[in-house]
Design a protein around this ligand. Structure first.
Ligand code: PGA
Length: 230
């Protein structure tokens, strides 16, 4: 499985260094032979050490460098050997106003670099209640290359993120099976994944992994969650 930690706007350089130490000390061969572990810290906390997990970037601007105030380009990420990025997270779409057009440009840039892309999609509660989830997800996938070989798709219903309302296994399986008809990319589920539900979620046949927010912010919690994944 792919187990990914999205630390969001949590952790400083110092606290993430400690987080890395705990993860590195606990990611033994048994875990690593079964799972791929990804961790996305805040950009200012990116760590220069050698890790047993893949360190990824939560955000970047599709440039080498240049006049893009407040942004981070390939040159800065390169200093940390970053070749794995999150794109399309609902918080960047909804709170930071990232458009489909910008998201598509980020995708093309990351693809041109050969980076691993964890591409997030997910409907809000209104779309879910209207029963339009599949159409909505299909539209979110329209502008990206679903055959890109270093692509991972994360299905994260917005109504399940940070709410404790995890989607049921039946919903996750139905949606991931639908996405499977569109791409060969590994398919992750995200949205209130925690220590109590990881065992069940990780056994859903269509589910290749999880993207975890809240339950990954403490290194010990994330390690315990990884140990529960089947
Ligand atoms: P959550 O966040 O696990 O806190 O619901 C998931 C995410 O936003 O990636």
């Amino acid at each position: 499985m792919i187990l990914a930690a999205n630390l969001k706007c949590n952790h400083t350089r110092a606290s993430f260094e400690r987080y890395c130490e705990i993860l590195n000390a606990n990611l033994g061969d048994e875990i690593l032979s079964k799972h791929e572990i990804l961790v996305f810290p805040p950009s200012v906390a990116l760590n220069l050490g050698n890790h047993k997990f893949i360190q990824g970037a939560q955000n970047f601007y599709p440039c080498q460098n240049g006049s893009f105030t407040g942004e981070i380009g390939k040159e800065m990420l390169g200093e940390f050997d970053i070749s794995c990025v999150l794109i399309g997270h609902s918080e960047r779409r909804e709170i930071l106003g990232e458009s489909d057009e910008l998201i598509a440009r980020k995708f093309e840039f990351a693809k041109s670099q050969g980076w691993k892309i964890v591409f997030c999609i997910g409907e809000n509660e209104a779309v879910y209640k209207e029963g339009k989830t599949k159409d909505f997800l299909a539209s979110q996938l329209e502008k990206i290359d679903l055959d890109y070989q270093n692509l991972v798709i994360a299905y994260e219903p917005i109504w399940a993120i940070g709410t404790g309302n995890t989607a049921t296994s039946a919903i996750i399986d139905e949606i991931l099976s639908f996405l499977r008809t569109k791409t060969k990319a590994p398919l992750l589920y995200g949205g209130s994944v925690n220590l109590k539900n990881i065992a069940e979620i990780s056994q859903i046949p269509s589910c290749d992994g999880v993207l975890v927010g809240t339950a990954s912010w403490e290194a010990e919690n994330f390690i315990n969650l990884i140990k529960e994944a089947k």
